[in-house]
Design a binder for this molecule. Sequence first.
Ligand code: HEM
Length: 342
Amino acid sequence: MVVASSPDIAREFCKTHDRIFSGRHLPSVYHNLPGITNSSIVLSPDCSKSWKLFRSIGQTCVFSSKAMESNAWIRKEKVMDLVNHLRTNEGKVANLEDMMFATLANIISTALTSRNLFDIHGQENNEYKAMMALVNEELLIGSTDSTTITTVWLIVELIRNQEMLTKVHDEIAQAIEGDELNEILLSQGHYFQACIKETLRLHVPAPMLVPHRALETCKVNNYVIPKDSMVLVNAWAIAQDPNYWEDAASFKPERFLDSKIGYRGTHFEYLPFGTRLRMCPGSAVAFKNIQMLVGSLLHYFDWSLPNGVDPTTIDTNEKYFTTLKKEKPLLLIPKLRKLNSV
Ligand code: HEM
């Protein structure tokens, strides 16, 4: 096993030798299950024909800007389902993590399944069949899990930093059109965007990305990496590297305000979604979903901790098991905010 723990070494594996290290290292249980690995993007052992097909179907239905635009109504509807549920349960303790997970899973599953199974001539829609295969663990559970982790930490960081929360509220207020949150206007809120990026830096949901595999023997920095080695990119250590990040252990969204560093994997000091060939194809979807979901929860409600606990003392312990999440569930009490139009 090889671990890349600095931006320079990550660049060697993921850029200089991108193709060679684009294999997926799978737990042995999958080795005799070609049916599963051939109908998956994330579990595909290499960048095979079926991997390309699934990525392009995902691109058409979910990941592309066009798909995200046409799925905007789904985001709005599912988020408002949650807002309305919380409205009727105002003042009661809510397990926000579970509710956000359900909402995000509903957004993805509806985006994937709200299509015709047959075309008008009675032919089976093969693209749909292939897409149904995608409605499996990776798109529903895997992707929803990482997105939920980020929404949880974003809310935690904001409710314990009143000044930052006020800035985000101000930006959200600028994105209200009629009595609704407009997601195009919301995406123009630089501070809120910076908060999401900083959350993904300080709380990298997949600290080691997903294990890669060497497709052939290769020399990297004078070390011979044998074929089939497992290669991990320690995105967590990279995001904490003091050579690149000042006061790395603190939540400081301001660091992203005048920075060119984006989340698309072009800056090797910041790789929450990986980079290059096996990079997460859902990064933009995740960003949009987080923005809409957390933006709405902050716009419609004030949040407090049960038993009057001071938000600055909220528990921030983490637990690691392939993903890094908040150890204890996020339990908060919603109180409707006084809004002119609600
Ligand atoms: C904050 C949310 C998310 C984070 C942090 C995240 C992160 C990641 C990471 C680190 C990888 C592995 C990259 C590598 O192997 O180098 C990955 C792969 C993947 N992600 Fe995401 N992801 C998120 C949300 C999503 C969403 C919303 C979707 C789908 C709508 C998605 C779909 C996928 C797929 C299909 C792969 C496999 C790519 C491949 O193996 O070619 N992810 N993600």
